[in-house]
Ligand binder design. Structure first.
Ligand code: F0G
Length: 463
């Protein structure tokens, strides 16, 4: 990766969308009205929105031009064939099942393979993947390597699956108990951390040895390929496309949220390498939940934007700038002494709120408190991945059960903000760091039974 100041963004800006910073008194009022939950804020009241990198990308002139070529035929749209050709070319996969977004592809995959009381191992499933496994009354199993859960560990591939534990599970559970393996690359939940090619190859060999299908959650596959090229000397001279081809050759298929590395605002797909029987089975479910096989819940124009975005998402200059920007933000925060998950991940910077706000116990929701403080300080929206999102109230004891990590994710949308926006984020942290002992912590006043973080309400704690 070149030094950040030796090149500029590999694009120029043709269309702009105004953003405005509300004054401090208004921000104070708005976050209070939002019950101290950033999900309740209106997007227009936010200055820099780092809630997610999902569906928030800026599309290119080429993608917008493709939208105008949308063929909205119910069956056999030309844009479907363009998407299929892109999949065959980039992934080496024969069959593609379009869906309205990534979780819909997960729904089809789990309906096909997973039944009651089974286990589904992976490195670390994303929340919706876990949700679909649980909806089938099965158990998700996260077997990421130990280093993957240590925020300060400098392991280069913290998304790797623990191969010994995987083999243990495969040995001790027949197909009827453990029907498939899913590897998420990059691994979102522990900080956008990559999976090494060697690790994927070895997982694939185990899958073949024990005769189980292996699927990749490919939402951020191109970012994973870029890390492989940067961090594994064996791939230094390979193109991102060659790396992607090899990566997908180790799996039997993939699910994809196109809202990430395909640089579009909506869409997803399920794809299979070459198993026609699986494809036909998937299409039956797709037709009931999504739509006919050649559109799957998307307009023809959306399919075209995905087909074109898949190519753009694997361009090396784009990836260098994208990963470079996230790394720039991460390293500036590190220079300030802000504790973050290292190495910096692909799609965002994850701040360790327990270390940043050591005076707040986890029961005071330190990560949530930091998201509130970032909005009050500078109109920045981040997202809590800690006691509120992953903790819960034990129905038997009435006590709160807390997750191992208490993080705030600063997720960087693709091609949307410049480094000057990142500089303002750093400045906000600088201001907050100077008075962080005064942050009071929060108390929940309302919570839903599941996925409480989306709708929870809070009040400020008394000092
Ligand atoms: N897999 C991964 C690794 C994801 O990060 C997501 C979404 C999905 C699957 C589901 O895809 O949203 O298109 O249905 N992640 C978003 C996020 C929501 O903010 O990290 P989807």
């Amino acid at each position: 990766m070149r030094a950040r100041d030796s090149y500029a963004e590999p694009y120029r800006i043709k269309m702009v969308e105004p953003i405005r910073l509300k004054d401090r008194a208004t921000r104070e009022e708005l976050i209070k009205e939002a019950h101290y939950n950033i999900f309740n804020l209106k997007a227009e009241d936010i200055y820099i929105d780092l809630l997610t990198d999902s569906g928030t990308s800026a599309m290119s002139a080429n993608q917008w031009a493709g939208m105008m070529l949308g063929d909205e035929s119910y069956a056999g749209s030309r844009n479907f064939f363009n998407l299929q050709a892109a999949l065959q070319d980039i992934f080496g996969y024969q069959y593609v099942v379009p869906t309205h977004q990534g979780r819909a592809a997960e729904n089809i995959l789990m309906s096909m393979f997973v039944d009651k009381n089974q286990k589904v191992p992976g490195n670390m499933h994303f929340d919706t993947t876990e949700g679909h496994i649980r909806l089938r009354e099965a158990q998700p199993l996260n077997l990421v390597i130990d280093e993957g859960l240590k925020s300060g560990s400098d392991h280069l591939f913290k998304g790797n699956i623990d191969l010994d534990r995987l083999e243990d599970e495969l040995q001790n559970n027949p197909v009827s108990k453990l029907p498939l393996i899913i590897i998420t690359a990059t691994c979102n939940n522990n900080g956008g951390q990559p999976v090494a090619m060697d690790n994927l190859r070895a997982a694939s060999e185990l899958a073949r040895k024990y005769n189980r299908p292996l699927f990749i959650d490919a939402a951020r596959y191109a970012e994973n390929c870029y890390f492989v090229k940067q961090r594994d000397p064996a791939y230094r001279d390979k193109s991102i496309r060659d790396i992607a081809r090899e990566m997908f050759s180790y799996a039997d298929g993939c699910t994809m949220s196109s809202k990430k590395d395909a640089l579009v605002n909506i869409g997803g797909f399920l794809a299979f390498k070459n198993n026609e029987e699986w494809y036909e089975k998937a299409v039956q479910i797709q037709i009931c939940y999504e739509g006919f096989r050649t559109y799957g819940g998307l307009a023809g124009r959306d399919l075209e934007a995905i087909a074109r975005g898949l190519y753009e998402g694997t361009e090396e200059e784009y990836l260098e700038d994208r990963i470079g920007q996230v790394s720039y933000l991460g390293h500036r925060l590190l220079d300030l002494g802000v504790p973050i998950v290292t190495p910096v991940g692909g799609h965002g910077v994850f701040v360790d709120a327990l270390k940043f706000l050591p005076h707040l116990p986890q029961s005071y929701f330190p990560a949530q408190s930091l998201t509130v403080e970032l909005y009050r300080e500078a109109g920045i929206r981040s997202v809590e991945l800690g006691a509120c999102a992953f903790g819960y109230t034990d129905p038997e004891t009435g006590r709160e059960v807390f997750p191992a990590q208490e993080l705030v994710r600063l997720t960087v949308p693709r091609r949307v903000y410049t480094d000057r926006h990142m500089d303002l984020v750093v400045k906000a942290f600088e201001a907050i760091a100077g008075r962080k002992e005064n942050i009071r912590g929060l108390e929940i006043t309302y919570q839903a039974e599941i996925l409480r973080h989306f709708t929870a309400r809070f009040r400020l704690r008394e000092q």
